[in-house]
Design a protein around this ligand. Structure first.
Ligand code: CA
Length: 533
């Protein structure tokens, strides 16, 4: 009897735990066995990817509970560290959505989970994480579901209003008026901010009387005039230009082509521009041949400083690119003929929205998981599947580095026609077309061995729900190191869903977990590749 046929540390089917590693591994959602992610790493995944929509295997409710309980464990261990992590990821614009950060900050504001030191720290950081009125409403909504309106919360929310200068306050309360069933009037009546100046007092009165008592503030007065039904287009355009009014304060029936053009050149933020590329094209503002406007928009979309300042996230840009390139669907009046120059600008913008990376010169193999589970549901609640997102994320390393073999896998190898010059909407379409089937995350390493490819760094983009193979990914990596002679071949696992599983071995310093669509991920991968972390 060859006992090691059934009990080997070098070759274990993915349905079983590796002998000796029983405490580090657990059954994943697909019924295979993975390593269990460290709770701080899981917190990072949640802050960046959230739990909206759930995954192929786990519903939104269960995934949210798992992640919230994990966050609560982190808060119990070191609440200050959690608050600081929330602030870091939120202020650096590393996540496609700010909601998970606001939710975890709300958990840190709650007596049931956090000590007084943590709560005070969370309150102090509120304005950094809740940067606009909409964020404040989200936070207030979460807090109201988690705790009562005690002194600490009232003071923190009051400070949100009181510490802004008057112009900024006027802008915030007019641009972001309502969200999640909350208005500024509701929030103020619970928080009771005590005005410190006459002008503040006037603005609070304006809020609580729902606009009946007018403040001495030209911006707010202009907003009120624009809303008036009798004011004509000429006067509205003048006010928009004079006060840089955002489109949000212009009533829908006054959003004419001329108004779009004026707002574009005056009040428009980069986020608004990106969301309105279809409208701007449909109204003829940036359609083919409108050279000056197209150049204006291109320059803004491709300006790294502006992208960083607006915290425009590459995943949002990817969604905008796909939507824009589609022309807005088959039917209805909201369609447009996409301008190829704008598509190209979005394609460039995507890469610029990641933190800048210097090429490392290392040899990479990019393994993109295109199994069935990667095609179900969305990433971070945006209309992109994890498989598509993985392919787009892989393109960042592919375009940065010279020595790269991209490959796709499910339960078998898939032909991947990816090229460096391919436009992202084509990459997404190709990926979508080849995605289905079982999952064997050992395949990137097995492929490199089979094809005799020298690899310094394996980058595997996956949901980590591996189950199909007869050898664990870490064992395939160890085997590759032995047979190739590249003894320090590294493995970076890019987690594309907010679960607690990973194929990276927490005990192996040459493996690393990072989060898909963290804007810092390409930078972390290259630092790890050259041994800086
Ligand atoms: Ca799968």
């Amino acid at each position: 009897m060859k006992y090691t046929k059934h009990y080997s540390t070098k070759r274990t089917p993915q349905a079983q735990k590796i002998p000796g590693r029983e405490n580090d591994q657990a059954q994943n959602n697909a019924g295979g066995v993975s390593f269990v992610l460290d709770k701080w790493k899981m917190l990072d995944r949640f802050l960046i990817l959230g739990s909206e929509g759930g995954t192929f295997y786990v519903g939104e409710q269960k995934l949210t509970i798992e992640n919230a309980s994990n966050a609560v464990k982190c808060i119990a261990e070191d609440g200050i560290r959690v608050v600081d992590r929330v602030v870091e990821i939120s202020t650096e614009g590393r996540a496609p959505k700010n909601d998970p950060a606001l939710f975890v900050l709300a958990l840190c504001s709650c007596e049931d989970f956090a000590n007084m030191e943590t709560r005070n720290h969370a309150f102090d950081q509120l304005s950094k994480v809740a940067r606009i009125g909409t964020h404040l409403f989200h936070y207030v909504d979460f807090c109201t579901d988690l705790r009562g309106w005690g002194r600490g919360l009232k003071k923190a929310v009051s400070n949100w209003y009181l510490e802004k200068d008057i112009d900024r306050l006027a802008f915030q309360i007019t641009k972001y008026q309502k969200r999640d069933g909350w208005s500024h009037k509701d929030v103020i009546s619970l928080a009771h901010p005590k005005p410190e100046t006459v002008l503040q007092n006037e603005i609070f009165q304006y809020i609580t009387t729902e606009g009946e008592r007018k403040p001495r503030n030209e911006f707010i007065n202009a907003v009120d005039i624009v809303k008036h039904p009798n004011i004509d287009e000429k006067n509205t355009l003048e006010l928009v230009e004079k006060y840089n009014l955002p489109m949000e304060v212009v009533p829908t029936d006054k959003r004419t082509p001329k108004m779009y053009e004026r707002v574009l050149h005056n009040g428009a933020g980069l986020t608004w521009i990106m969301r309105n590329l279809g409208n701007l094209t449909r109204h003829g503002i940036i359609s083919n041949g409108k050279w000056d406007n197209v150049e204006f928009v291109r320059n803004r979309l491709e300006d790294e400083n502006q992208l960083a300042k607006a915290r425009l996230h590459p995943l949002q840009i990817l969604v905008a690119l796909r939507t824009y390139a589609s022309g807005g669907g088959m039917r209805g009046k909201n369609t447009w003929i996409p301008n190829p120059d704008i598509i190209e600008a979005l394609d460039n913008s995507f890469y610029k929205a990641f933190k800048f990376v210097e090429p490392t010169g290392k040899r990479y193999l990019l393994g993109i998981d295109v199994s069935g589970s990667m095609t179900f549901e969305t990433i971070a609640g945006l209309p992109i599947t994890p498989a598509e997102a993985a392919a787009a994320q892989a393109m960042v390393t592919y375009k940065t580095e010279e020595r790269v073999v991209p490959m796709a896998f499910a339960g078998d190898f898939r032909r991947l026609g990816m090229s460096r010059n391919q436009r992202l909407d084509d990459v997404l379409n190709d990926t979508y077309a080849m995605s289905f089937g079982n999952t064997d995350c050992a395949l990137p390493m097995l492929y490199a061995k089979q094809e005799n490819i020298d690899v310094d760094v394996f980058v595997v983009l996956t949901d980590n729900e591996t189950w199909y193979g007869d050898v664990h990914p870490i064992q395939a990596l160890q085997d590759y190191r032995r047979t190739s002679g590249i003894e320090d071949a590294k493995l970076v696992v890019v987690g594309m869903t907010g679960t607690r599983y990973s194929i990276a071995d927490p005990r192996d310093p040459s493996t690393l977990d990072v989060v898909g669509f963290d804007t810092a991920t390409p930078q972390i991968i290259s630092q790890f590749a050259i041994g800086d972390i």
